[in-house]
Each structure stands twice: as structure tokens, then as C-alpha cells.
Design a protein around this ligand. Structure first.
Ligand SMILES: *Cc1c(COP(=O)(O)O)cnc(C)c1O
Length: 407
């Protein structure tokens, strides 16, 4: 029989057990809703972890992909393709960057940035300058470079030896950063909004402090906008809320609208050091993924789209605050646009994952960022009515958990 429970049991037999999937087999989606194989409907407040920016089965994105799939899927980088050029044009039009390197994931985008930063120092005759400063509670991906940049011990355990040359600074503390950045620092790498680490917003002015410190010490500045980019915070990129620009930026997740697509965006002078042969990836810049990227960006830049993301996100924050006035289980509710985190108080007698399970029973998918933070990163097409629907489910979940505790 093909129901959720039997397939979930089967999954335990065939998959490497590195994930802990909910016993839900998703079958199709429409807008902000997902349906499992038993026909149950869920409001999607996760978007495949900040990926499905346009929701599911978006008419324009679907049409573009169907057309492109029937024409050409893959070229390699031995040749050019039109969608990759079109997407690169759009990326540079909407940020500080001059040049784009395409890849297939957030980890790869960060690897490219780390490599470019080291290579930049090397090509400038600065052979000792190879260290990367990243931040506590960061998340940059699971490949060795990105993993080592990820300053969270739980991700490192048992995977050593890790590559050398990484230093960790406390997030948001400019004077601690200043002390760590030396003439050996090739780059400072940070998320303008830490996603996996708990939805932590950079304190106002901190990104500019990072820029200033990088400039003074001769290091480059890398922003990891894998989770925060492509309209998620109500601007194309989260750092654009402040008057600051990096030298390199990692992009992925939302840009593909659900296809595997990542990018490194660079200034011209940094891009210059990545000459032929220095780096590459077989699938990077595939016409199919890039066609998706073009369709996503064209939707996100439509008049009013990002303003609505900001407005709906603000409403979500307010509704959660109101909810918390009754439940009193969150010590902080924070976010910008449609990346929102709600941190449980130390006293709350349940974990964020328990809220996830209870919400799912109510037909709403939510996610966590660590054990004590509830994370909401819905499709960017979320409306005010959907906010009410999501918050109503969280209300029921919290009422049950405060009454009965975790199951
Ligand atoms: C998810 C994420 C990554 C890693 O992306 P993958 O596509 O899983 O490799 C890197 N940085 C940030 C900020 C992320 O949220």
C-alpha cells in the first residue's frame, strides 16, 4: 500500500539515515500549498528551506521550464547558452557585482567565494594571506571548505581533519572581529542574516563595520546570501538594506525556484583572478536551471513584489508577537521580510521540533533553526490570509504543548 506510513518505513530501509524526514510523502504543490500522497493539504511555511520562492507549480516558471526542457537541458561550460547569459545579466543588474560564476548549490557557491578570495591574495603576490574569518552560529554548507567556515562544532564532529586557515569571530561584535583580522586574512565571510544559526539579523551598522575592517586590513568581504537573497527580506539581497557592498557573494536556494542553482557574484577586479582552468563545475549554468533563475528574478522584480514580501513579513512578526502575549513561550521573535525566527524561552517545556510536529497535524509545515528556534521561510508569494492560517495553527500547537507537553 502506498501511504505515508508505509513509505516512511521503507525510506528507513533504503536511505542513508543522515536525515530525519517527517512521515509525509509529498506528491504535488500549488501556490503555497503542498499535498501528500494521501491527498492531505499543507500550508507551506518552509518552501523547501527558503528555496521555492514562487511557491509550487507557478504557472510562469512551469511554462518556462517545460519550454526549455523540450529545447535543451545541458551544455557544459565548453559552450555558451542563452539562459545563463540572461541570468547573469539580471544578477549584475540587481547588485554590486560585475561577473557571475554559476554552480549548483549554496555550498558550492561558498567554495567558489573562498577559492576566489585566496586566489586574489595569491595573484596579488600576497602569498601568506590565506585565512578566512567566519562567524559563530554561521552556516555555509557541508563540503569541506564551507563546512570548516561553518563555525558550529556539531557540524564538524567526526569529520576531521578539516582544512586549515579558518578563524571564528562572534557574530555582531566589531571589536572582536577587528582583533581577529590580520595581514594573513584573505576574507571575512558572513551571512547578513544567519539562517540555520537561528535567524540572527546582523546588528544595524555591523555589515559596514565588516567592510571597514576588511578594507583597512586588505581583506575581501564575502556575503553569504544563499538563504537571505532573492527578495526574501524585502530587498533583492539582504545587505542592500544598508549602504554596503561585498567583493564576493554566494547565492543559491531561492534563485532556482526549486531547481539546483547557485552562483558566485564578484566584482570585476576579483573575478579577474579566476582565469581559465582555475575553477569549474560540469553542471554550472545549465540552460534549464538558469531559465528557472530568469523566471524567478523576473517575478521578484515586478513592481510591488518585494514590498509585499516586506509587508507580509511584518504582519507575520506582529501576529507572532500577539500570539506570544497569550502563550509567553518565546523570548524573541525576529526576522525581516519572510525569514522569521521565534526563539523559545529557557523555561518552555518543549522544543521547536515539537511545534513542527503539532503544526503538521494542523496542516501547516514549519521548520526549526537549531533546537530552540522555530523558523518560518515560506514562499515569497505568501499573502496576509496565509499568515492568519499559519499563526492559527501555531496557536493550536502552542496551546496543546503548554497543556500536554511534548508527545
Ligand atoms: C543552505 C545554506 C547553505 C548551503 O546550501 P546548500 O545548497 O545546501 O549547499 C549555505 N549558506 C547558507 C546561508 C545557507 O542557508
Amino acid at each position: 500500500m502506498t501511504n505515508n506510513q508505509t513509505l516512511a518505513a521503507h525510506a528507513k530501509d533504503v536511505f542513508v539515515p543522515n536525515y530525519r524526514p517527517a512521515p509525509v510523502v509529498l506528491d504535488r504543490g500549488e501556490g503555497v500549498y503542498l499535498y501528500d500522497i494521501e491527498g492531505r493539504r499543507y500550508l507551506d511555511m518552509v518552501a523547501g528551506i527558503a528555496v521555492s520562492a514562487l511557491g509550487h507549480a507557478h504557472p510562469r516558471l512551469t511554462e518556462v521550464l517545460q519550454t526549455q526542457a523540450a529545447k535543451l537541458l545541458h551544455t557544459s561550460n565548453l559552450y555558451l547558452n542563452r539562459p545563463a547569459l540572461d541570468l547573469a545579466d539580471r544578477l549584475v543588474a540587481h547588485c554590486f557585482g560585475d561577473r557571475v560564476f554559476f554552480c549548483n548549490s549554496g555550498a558550492e557557491a561558498n567554495e567558489a567565494c573562498i577559492k576566489a578570495a585566496r586566489r586574489f591574495a595569491y595573484m596579488n603576490g600576497d602569498r601568506e594571506r590565506n585565512r578566512i574569518v567566519s562567524f559563530e552560529r554561521s552556516f555555509h554548507g557541508r563540503t569541506y571548505g564551507a563546512l570548516t567556515a561553518t563555525a558550529q562544532p556539531k557540524y564538524h564532529e567526526g569529520f576531521g581533519p578539516l582544512p586549515g586557515g579558518f578563524d571564528y569571530a562572534p557574530y555582531g561584535d566589531a571589536s572582536a572581529l577587528e582583533a581577529l583580522v590580520t595581514e594573513k586574512t584573505a576574507a571575512i565571510l558572513l551571512e547578513p542574516v544567519q539562517g540555520e544559526g537561528g535567524v540572527n539579523l546582523a546588528p544595524s551598522g555591523f555589515l559596514a563595520e565588516c567592510r571597514r575592517i576588511a578594507d583597512r586590513k586588505g581583506a575581501l568581504l564575502i556575503f553569504d546570501e544563499v538563504q537571505s537573497g532573492i527578495g526574501r527580506t524585502g530587498k533583492m539581497f539582504a545587505h542592500q538594506h544598508e549602504p554596503v557592498a561585498p567583493d564576493l557573494m554566494a547565492v543559491a536556494k531561492g534563485i532556482g525556484g526549486g531547481l539546483a542553482l547557485g552562483a558566485m557574484v564578484a566584482t570585476g577586479r576579483v573575478a579577474e583572478v579566476m582565469q581559465p582552468g582555475s575553477h569549474g563545475t560540469t553542471y554550472g549554468g545549465s540552460p534549464l536551471a538558469c531559465a528557472a533563475g530568469v523566471a524567478v528574478i523576473d517575478e521578484v522584480v515586478k513592481p510591488g513584489f518585494m514590498e509585499r514580501v516586506a509587508r507580509v513579513g511584518q504582519l507575520l512578526l506582529e501576529r507572532l508577537d500577539q500570539l506570544n502575549q497569550r502563550h509567553g513561550v518565546f523570548s524573541a521573535i525576529r526576522g525581516r521580510g519572510l525569514i522569521v525566527g521565534a526563539e523559545l524561552t529557557e523555561q518552555a517545556p518543549f522544543d521547536a521540533k515539537d511545534i513542527v510536529a503539532e503544526c503538521r497535524a494542523e496542516g501547516v509545515l514549519v521548520h526549526v533553526a537549531g533546537p530552540r528556534v522555530l523558523r518560518l521561510v515560506p514562499p515569497l508569494i505568501l499573502s496576509e490570509a496565509h499568515v492568519d492560517e499559519a499563526v492559527a495553527a501555531i496557536d493550536v500547537a502552542l496551546a496543546r504543548l503548554t497543556r500536554d507537553g511534548a508527545r
